[in-house]
Design a protein around this ligand. Structure first.
Ligand code: PMP
Length: 416
């Protein structure tokens, strides 16, 4: 694997860019400026090569075969699990369950843990800035079990009122489930404090880390979170692979969501028993190539150094916030101070519809997203139907931020 170059002063974005083939593409005759990383990240050659090597040299099903290819595939799949576990500092690699992504991980908890532990009159605490995938599964659980959702007070920039939150706990509070970084506002939530307060009341916490783990160092043991969900495709890995981290005692207390091969100990005609973690929660043939690709992505991020990734994005975010707020008529959402947030920047350009902004930018080769970003309740709170959103990653550069700001200024002038 090519080792990306990083220095004590930060990372070398130019050297990193050379590892990502798609970044050399032209779009509408212009160099691609990819600023849609909150939707999905691009993949380095090392990840693409890991997928290709698996399919070309040792493609086989895992855990069942006695032949050489199956043994190698099993070893690589389990090695990827161990690498992911080290990346987030899980106490055991069997606390890492491979899923299709964040959405499946959260649904697994809502079904497998929620159906067992949440009942009539119970309460689940969450925020109004959750992605639909950390909202809809809890609505479904609440409807199945006669429970209710309660929203933790926060301001329009996504800052949680911790004192008000601490007062929300009662005998029927069963779970706190919050994002660690908003995919709309970029706000980083005080996850460690959220967990600490919940644990005083004996209530477990799930963190939606889909936007945080790709961009900031996350140590699940230090945070003390009971469940953490994230997606491979947002952290340089393939689509269709993600992770549910759970503390062993919580995963032990869960029922499997998928019955089938690999998750059983003994199957009889009318009942079966389950095997041990992590296999109990991974019924069926998993995304073997995806897991191996995610392992390569984790290696890549670790070689760059997560603190370098964070520092680089902070610098770019500060620059982007400064440039965008200099454009007359542009309204930027989320915390104004880049140190309170990640590199997800939602904005509104005068009264131009965000889709029109996105289309104009696309004509210049700049990829941003426009829409509700799977956060309709938050859009309502912000008083808009949609926003345009630029989101940064380790391979973005200040020159690309310049292109964005110039494109936004042109959009403003075009529609004025
Ligand atoms: N939570 C957050 C904060 C997200 O940004 C996303 C992806 N946009 C998800 C959950 C869902 O992730 P996935 O679609 O990969 O399951």
């Amino acid at each position: 694997m090519a080792v990306p170059i990083s220095t004590a002063a930060g990372l070398d974005a130019a050297a990193i860019r050379a590892d990502f083939p798609v970044l050399a593409e032209q779009v509408h005759g212009r160099p691609l400026v990819y600023l849609d990383n909150a939707a999905t990240s691009q993949k380095p050659r090392a990840v693409i090569d890991a997928l290709q090597t698996y399919y070309e040299t040792y493609n086989a099903n895992i855990h069942r075969g006695l032949h050489a290819l199956s043994e190698r595939a099993t070893a690589e799949y389990e090695d990827a699990r161990a690498r992911v576990a080290r990346f987030i500092n899980a106490a055991h690699s069997h606390e890492v369950i491979f899923t299709r992504g964040t959405t499946e991980a959260i649904n697994l908890v809502a079904r497998g843990w929620g159906d067992e532990h949440v009942g009539e009159g119970d309460e689940i605490l969450l925020t109004e800035m959750e992605h639909h995938s950390n909202l809809v599964p809890w609505q479904m659980l609440a409807q199945r079990r006669g429970a209710s959702l309660r929203y933790i007070p926060m301001d329009a920039e996504g800052r949680i009122d911790l004192e008000a939150y601490a007062r929300m706990f009662g005998p029927q509070t069963r779970l706190v489930t919050v994002t660690q970084m908003s995919n709309v506002l970029g706000t980083i939530t005080p996850a460690a404090e959220i967990v600490q307060i919940a644990h005083v009341h004996g209530v477990p916490v799930l963190l939606d880390a889909a936007q945080s783990i790709p961009h900031v160092p996350v140590n699940v043991q230090e945070l003390g979170a009971d469940f953490v969900a994230f997606s491979g495709h947002k952290m340089l890995g393939p689509t269709g692979i993600g992770v549910l981290y759970g503390r062993e005692s919580f995963l032990d207390a869960m029922e499997p969501l998928f019955g089938g091969g690999s998750m059983i100990r003994v199957v009889q005609l009318h009942q079966s028993s389950w095997t041990e973690l992590p296999y109990k929660l991974e019924g069926g043939t998993p995304n073997i190539a995806g897991a191996i690709g995610l392992g390569a992505a984790v290696d890549y991020l670790q070689a760059v150094g997560m603190p370098n990734v964070t520092a680089h994005e902070l610098e770019l975010t500060e620059y982007a916030l400064a440039l965008l707020s200099d454009v007359d008529g542009v309204r930027v959402f989320g915390p104004p101070d880049a140190t309170d947030r990640g590199g997800v920047i939602s904005f509104y350009v005068g009264d131009v519809h965000p889709h029109d902004v996105g289309t104009l930018l696309d004509a210049e080769g700049i990829a941003v997203r426009a829409g509700h970003h799977c956060a309709q309740p938050l859009m309502r709170k912000l008083g808009v139907a949609a926003t345009a959103r630029a989101s940064l990653y380790l391979y973005n550069t200040a020159a690309e931020v310049d292109c964005l700001a110039a494109g936004v200024a042109r959009a403003m002038a075009f529609f004025a």
